[in-house]
Ligand binder design. Structure first.
Ligand SMILES: [Zn+2]
Ligand SMILES: [Zn+2]
Length: 263
C-alpha cells in the first residue's frame, strides 16, 4: 500500500509540475520562481518534454488557436491528431491509439519526438536567455532527466512484481491521456468562454483531474492568469509557494476572483 501511495504521489508531483511550471510559468510567464526552485520544478515536469520546446510549441498553440498553424487543433486536424498524433506527425487512428496505450513507454518514446534546440525555427527570446533552461532543454540533458524519472517506474515494478507492472501501466495510460485530453477534449466538449478566440472549453471533471488545466476555455481567454478556475489545484499550489516566498505570482486576471464565469 505504501508503494501505491508513493506511486500516485509521484504522479501528482509530476502532473502538478507540468501544469504550474511548463504551462503557467514558462509558456505564459504567470509567475517567477527562485532559480533553484524553477529548475527543480522543471526536472519534475521533464516527462512532458524538453522545457523550451514544450513552452514554444504551446505558445504557438495560443497564437494560432484552432486555425492553420495551431500544432494540435481538433477543429483543424481532428481528434486523434490533437490528442497525440501531433507528437508522432501521424494521423492514422490505430497508430495514435497504440501510442495512447503505450503507458510508461511514453517516457522512452516521447523524448525522441521533440526537436533539438538547434532544429527549432525560433527560440523565444525570454526563454533563450535563461541559460539554465537552455541547458535543461538540450536533448542529452533532457534524456538524463528522463532516466531519473524511470527510476521510480523500475523501482515500483521491482517492488510489486506483475501487479506493480499492471498498476504502473494502467495509471500511466490514464495520466498521459488526461494531459493529452486537454488538447483534444478541451477544445471539443464543455462550456466555451465567449471571450475566447478559439474553441477551447471548460470541463469541470477534466479540471479536477488535471490540476485545473481542464478550465481550458477560461485559460485561453486569460492566458497570463496564474489561476484557471474555481477548483484549480495548480493555483492553490502557486498560492502557497507565493506565500512562503518561493515564487512571485502575478495577480489573477480581473473576473477570475469569483466563480461567476464558471457558474
Ligand atoms: Zn488549447
Ligand atoms: Zn496555455
Amino acid at each position: 500500500m505504501l508503494w501505491v501511495c508513493l506511486w500516485f504521489l509521484w504522479f501528482a508531483l509530476v502532473g502538478g509540475a507540468v501544469s504550474i511550471t511548463y504551462h503557467r510559468m514558462l509558456a505564459h510567464r504567470a509567475f517567477r520562481a527562485r532559480p533553484w526552485f524553477r529548475y527543480t520544478l522543471v526536472v519534475l515536469a521533464a516527462t512532458a518534454g524538453p522545457p523550451i520546446q514544450w513552452a514554444s510549441n504551446h505558445r504557438r498553440h495560443h497564437r494560432y488557436v484552432d486555425q492553420e498553424g495551431d500544432p494540435h487543433s481538433p477543429i483543424q486536424d481532428g481528434f486523434w491528431w490533437a490528442h497525440c498524433g501531433w507528437y508522432l506527425g501521424r494521423r492514422e487512428p490505430w497508430l495514435c491509439l497504440l501510442f495512447a496505450l503505450s503507458g510508461p513507454f511514453r517516457l522512452i518514446i516521447d523524448p525522441f519526438l521533440w526537436p533539438s534546440l538547434e532544429a527549432m525555427e525560433r527560440v523565444p527570446q525570454d526563454l533563450g536567455k535563461d541559460r539554465g533552461l537552455v541547458f535543461l532543454s538540450q536533448h542529452s540533458v533532457h534524456r538524463g532527466m528522463i532516466l531519473l524519472h524511470l527510476l521510480p517506474v523500475v523501482g515500483f515494478c521491482w517492488a510489486l512484481g506483475w501487479p506493480g507492472l499492471l498498476i504502473a501501466w494502467a495509471s500511466a495510460v490514464f495520466f498521459y491521456n488526461l494531459g493529452d485530453g486537454v488538447n483534444s477534449f478541451g477544445h471539443l466538449y464543455g462550456e466555451r468562454d465567449p471571450a475566447n478566440a478559439g474553441e477551447a472549453r471548460d470541463t469541470w471533471w477534466l479540471a479536477l483531474l488535471t490540476f485545473g488545466e481542464g478550465w481550458h476555455g477560461f485559460h485561453h481567454a486569460h492566458p497570463r492568469s496564474p489561476r484557471m478556475g474555481p477548483f484549480d489545484f495548480g493555483w492553490w499550489a502557486i498560492w502557497v509557494f507565493d506565500r512562503i516566498g518561493l515564487i512571485e505570482a502575478r495577480r489573477p486576471e480581473q473576473g477570475q476572483q469569483g466563480e461567476r464565469q464558471h457558474a
